[in-house]
Ligand binder design. Structure first.
Ligand SMILES: O=c1ccn([C@@H]2O[C@H](COP(=O)(O)OP(=O)(O)O[C@H]3O[C@H](CO)[C@@H](O)[C@H](O)[C@H]3O)[C@@H](O)[C@H]2O)c(=O)[nH]1
Ligand SMILES: [Mn+2]
Length: 680
């Protein structure tokens, strides 16, 4: 696996975003007049819309300033476009009239069939045009958000739970996942105001031990990023940039510290690369010393058997059949800054003026049992929603896939401009970012950039009720995921009595719901004792959702290939609105499929991976399918496959990470709770 990981690491390197990282970085501040001018000059399409454009300005909040600016397309561009729509509409209607007048009496059934097809195309064309009559762009005002937080600085920002999903350390290379997590741990948001959860649907020890390595490396990486304003904070992408312009204020120390951190990162990568070998060797040693009573178990560094999937899979320890696991790898930090230590002879890094606290980090893997439909990502997200409710219960939830990382450190602040806006904030269910990708070939032959969709259709929908939920790079208001409707989302209005049939039998979870609705509430640390471990175990069982509304009216929607779009539709149907948030540099970036097989696999979505399904019945995922199919028809060559979906289960072996991250951080204890849940 090691060479494979290194190969993928090379694929992960990117150039500085948009060629000019420095100007991008300047615009990042978004509050500097120069940055605004730069954006406006580039944007000769958009002009400021009249104030009060966002409907629903609520009385009583009028004294708070708006937190975003609304832009509309310049009249000189929009009016001719609207006129063109009208001309086409007239042409379409005239065409139908002509068709009706000129029936083909020799082949009526043919005529009728083609008529039905034409009507359908005409109707879908019309549906597509209507939102385009008034595209709207909303620009978050980070300076206004900072002002609103007042003298207390960031203290008034609400809590966020960040959910990352992964399944397989080979199909979804573990190096992407660790970089994603590092970019989250180092992002610019108050460290005691957010928590990061990794859901591992494979239940592998490699992922868990990789998270321990991440926590260890973050002790150096996070303060380094904070001190030198490093951007982006995914180390692979940062060190992979051709130029790394310095924007911090300590250029003198930077070169020395940069060299050291880079060396540590290279060593970190080697450890990640060799995790599977290390785990295998350790397990072989334990097994041959007969510690496992003849069972060929997979062993953790502390000499206990891993409750998840084993290298040599056996009953109760195989993919699709194992206990639920929750491990709090970094516990919630204190609310006071903790400065690091000054440079010394063995430590050239001077963190004496830098806050070294790290946010909460949780590894989890839900219970899997044969006979249950685990509902892929949607199922994993719903379990994370419940587990996080007992551990941090932040009023906002951010979701992205393990191959997307935070590219702009303001990415968590920007959606708050929409969520906390005095005009329509309280009715906003989610804020969607466009998906941007690294590694796309210059001709974009597989339509990965999907510009028409991300920079056209979504901005058009933004002028109506809001964009669709696109599965990654999204911030939610937690209560909307509980199926609450906008008028009664306030804590005091949530009626919980007799809700067991909707939310399941856990009273701890149901009792957590009113708190999860209070956006002023910050995260409070919890003690993971036996009672809490039992509660968590219950929430992760396969049987928990039986007979409840999960997957239908509560949480992510089940039994559909594009659970994301449908979950967003459900919220819109309830009356919530959504907002589209596009920023420069891109808030999140992901890794795009770079060959035809992977791209088709993504957009056609067979219900089973190709390795397990000989004749997949494809389910079309809109809208990428159409643009890809148009685009791939121009394709003649493919680059080599980056990830093999047909690869066998990774051979795991043993890690050298005996030391818990807490031993190297000053802030203490790593609470480790293994919740071994029983089968239904
Ligand atoms: O059993 C599963 C299967 C998938 N995933 C995770 O779900 C995410 C998306 O799955 P993937 O197979 O990579 O789908 P993509 O086509 O790459 O994802 C796009 O399309 C999905 C469905 O529309 C959305 O959910 C995603 O967010 C969006 O990026 C990944 O992080 C996976 O690790 C799980 O957690 N458990
Ligand atoms: Mn993916």
């Amino acid at each position: 696996m090691a060479p494979a990981v290194t190969r993928r690491a090379n694929a992960l390197r990117v150039e500085a975003p948009d060629g000019n990282a420095e100007s991008g970085r300047a615009s990042l501040a978004a509050d500097s007049p120069a940055a605004k001018r730069a954006i406006d000059a580039k944007d000769d399409v958009w002009v400021a819309a009249a104030e009060g454009d966002a409907s629903g300005a609520s009385a009583g909040n009028g004294d708070r300033p708006p937190l975003f600016r609304t832009m509309k397309v310049k009249g000189s561009i929009l009016h001719p476009y609207r006129f063109m729509i009208l001309v086409r509409l007239v042409a379409v209607v005239a065409f139908f009239a002509w068709r009706l007048k000129h029936k083909n009496h020799d082949g009526m059934w043919l005529w009728a069939t083609s008529m039905v097809a034409d009507v359908w195309f005409g109707f879908s064309w019309l549906l597509n045009q209507l939102p385009k009559l008034n595209p709207i762009k909303r620009v978050p005002d980070l300076a206004a958000l900072a002002d609103q937080c007042g003298s207390s600085g960031d203290a008034n920002l609400p809590g966020i739970d960040i959910f990352v999903t992964t399944v397989d350390p080979v199909d979804e290379p573990i190096l992407y996942t660790v970089n994603t997590i590092l970019s989250i741990l180092a992002t610019d948001y108050p460290v005691d105001k957010y928590a990061c959860y990794l859901s591992d649907d494979g239940g592998t020890l490699v992922h868990y031990e990789a998270m321990i390595e991440v926590a260890n490396f973050a002790v150096m990486w996070v303060p380094f990023c904070r001190k030198h304003c490093v951007e982006p904070r995914s180390p692979e992408n940062y060190f992979g940039m051709k130029t790394q312009p310095y924007v911090g204020s300590m250029a003198g120390e930077f070169m020395r510290e940069h060299r050291r951190v880079r060396r540590e990162y290279d060593e970190f990568k080697v450890r990640i690369d060799s995790l599977s070998t290390t785990i295998r060797q350790r397990s072989d040693a334990y097994n041959s010393s007969n510690k496992g009573d003849g069972v060929r178990a997979t062993w953790m560094a502390d000499g206990t058997q891993w409750p998840g999937t084993w290298i040599e899979q056996v009953e109760n320890h195989r993919r699709g059949q194992h206990a639920g696991i929750v491990q709090v790898i970094l516990s919630h930090p204190s609310c006071k800054p903790q400065l690091g230590s000054p440079a010394s002879t063995d430590n050239p890094l001077d963190f004496s003026n830098v806050d070294t606290r790290l946010p909460m980090l949780v590894y989890m893997s839900r219970e899997k049992r044969p006979g249950y439909n685990h509902q892929k990502k949607a199922g994993a997200m719903n379990v994370m929603l419940r587990v996080s409710a007992l551990l941090s219960n932040a009023p906002f939830v951010v979701n992205f896939d393990c191959d997307h990382y935070i590219n702009n450190t303001q990415a968590l602040r920007a959606p708050m401009c929409f969520m906390l806006d005095p005009r329509d904030g309280q009715n906003t269910a989610f804020v969607q970012f466009p998906q941007r990708f690294d590694d796309v070939d210059p001709t974009d032959r597989y339509a990965n950039h999907n510009r028409v969709f991300f920079d056209g259709t979504m901005l058009s929908l933004n002028g109506l009720q809001g964009p669709s939920y696109l599965g990654t790079g999204t911030m939610f208001r937690r209560v909307t995921l509980y199926g609450m409707e906008p008028p009664r989302y306030r804590a005091e209005n949530i009626k919980l009595v007799g809700k067991t049939y909707e939310f399941g039998s856990s009273t701890s979870f149901i009792n957590s719901m009113p708190d999860g609705a209070i956006q002023e509430r910050s995260i409070t640390p919890v003690l993971v004792d036996e009672a809490l471990s039992n509660d968590l175990a219950t929430l992760m069982t396969c049987a928990y959702e039986d007979g409840t509304s999960w997957g239908r009216d509560v949480g992510w929607v089940y039994n559909i290939a594009t659970e994301d779009v449908v979950t967003g539709f459900r919220m819109h149907r309830q009356g919530w609105r959504s907002m589209y948030c596009s920023m420069e540099p891109a808030a999140f970036r992901g890794t795009a499929p770079i060959n035809l097989t992977e791209r088709l696999y993504q957009v056609l979505r067979p219900p089973y991976p190709p390795s397990r399904c000989s004749s997949p019945t494809a389910t079309l995922s809109w809208p990428a399918a159409v643009s890809t199919l148009c685009s791939v028809s121009r394709t003649s060559t493919c680059r080599p496959t980056r990830s093999s979906r047909c690869s066998s289960w990774p051979t795991t072996s043993s890690p050298s990470c005996g030391s818990s991250p807490s031993s190297s951080t000053s802030r203490g204890r790593s609470a480790r709770t293994s919740c071994t849940s029983s089968a239904s």
